[in-house]
Design a protein around this ligand. Sequence first.
Ligand code: AMP
Length: 469
Amino acid sequence: MNSFSQLQLDPHLAKAVAEMGYESMTPIQAQAIPVVLSGQDVMGAAQTGTGKTAAFSLPLLQRMIKHENSSTSPARHPVRALVLLPTRELADQVAQQVKLYAKYTQLRCAVVFGGMDMKPQTAELKKGVEVLVATPGRLLDHIEAKTAVLNQVEYVVLDEADRMLDIGFLPDLQRILSYLPKQRTTLLFSATFSPEIKRLASSYLQNPVTIEVARPNQTASTVTQLFFNVSEDDKRRALKQILKQKAISQAFVFVNSKLGCARLARSLEKDGLRTAALHGDKSQDERLKALDAFKKGEVDLLVCTDVAARGLDIKDVPAVFNFDVPFNAEDYIHRIGRTGRAGAEGLAVSFASGSDARLVTDIEKLTKQKIEFAEISLDEDRFVSRRPRSDNDERPRRETDDRSGVSRSRFTPVKPPSDPFFDQPYEPSPQALEKASQVSSKETTAPVRAGISPNIKPKRKVAALFKTN
Ligand code: AMP
């Protein structure tokens, strides 16, 4: 058992960890924490959702405890640790976690990212902070304004480094790193070790210890995956029906375009569902508010695009809907990794229309798992069995063995074998980021299956497919 107690953390840190309710260390924590405590550089292949944030922040805070002081003088609180992340949401998320771990210490943590007024950030920086979490662009603004002084930095974390390179942050990173003392500990986390990442590591890390805890292309075994073949016109109705029948309290609903995201959120809202939208055209403030409302349970559905939702850690989301099949199979793994986190059971429901066949095949190839189609009928209020019915047959059907109406005799969802190595939610390899953002920015909508009139209402047929292994 990898207990936190064996780390002999400072009592203030240990108290904060105990309050988080963590029972044991995750694989990345068990491997990385002792290495960081010993002062070595780390090159870690681990995705969001694996407990990576604690893996770097706990040892970093532990080693900075010696600098703890209660002085009000900003000079006594220089930036000693710098954590760089590609997006505002991730920066905010990581800073919140670091603050939780540091809350019983006197170490201060601040976060700076773009899209927000610089003044409050400047005021906070001027008071002095030991741990600075930042996105590269905004950090450079603060460096230029001399509100961020980095000449006493001892620790640097390049988190989600592959995505930072994808976004084109390399020149910014190089500039930032040039301001830092050469004597420091550098930690680099990335979903993949591409040649670019290796080059970055060889330039800025010294004899790093390589730690790899999650393999790509695997879905968490705690997530039950369920596919329905639904026409565009039926998707909204199918979504509402499954939510109701499976009594799903909260869910992410993924769509492929910003426009589709806004439209769907609006129409679900009109239907009386508590919904928020998260996509790149929303202001930073709106995005943070939507996330916050979802986390507090004030909204039940968070309709989002891939780019906006990537890497977000929201606990206990019982279900994820792929309202559109993602254009990149890797995004499928990323999306469904939002549910079934930290060993919890999760449900991933995907709606595919006939024209999505190729995308479904891509998912099969990537996950190396066969997806089997099952047919069911979508009735007014519930799914009924897949047995063909005539249009004038109005009798209620009772052939289903669960409330979703899916006939289990033929289509019992089969979970992949449990493999602790794969049980970490997966963050996809980042080439997808660029492709996804291109797709999102084109504001495409998923293709509508030809030949189905929106006016044809009764007794619509849909097909479902379950993943088996
Ligand atoms: P991260 O990969 O850092 O984004 O963490 C994902 C989630 O796992 C966060 O909500 C953490 O609070 C949680 N977490 C981190 N470490 C542990 C642990 N040892 N046991 C259980 N949950 C953890």
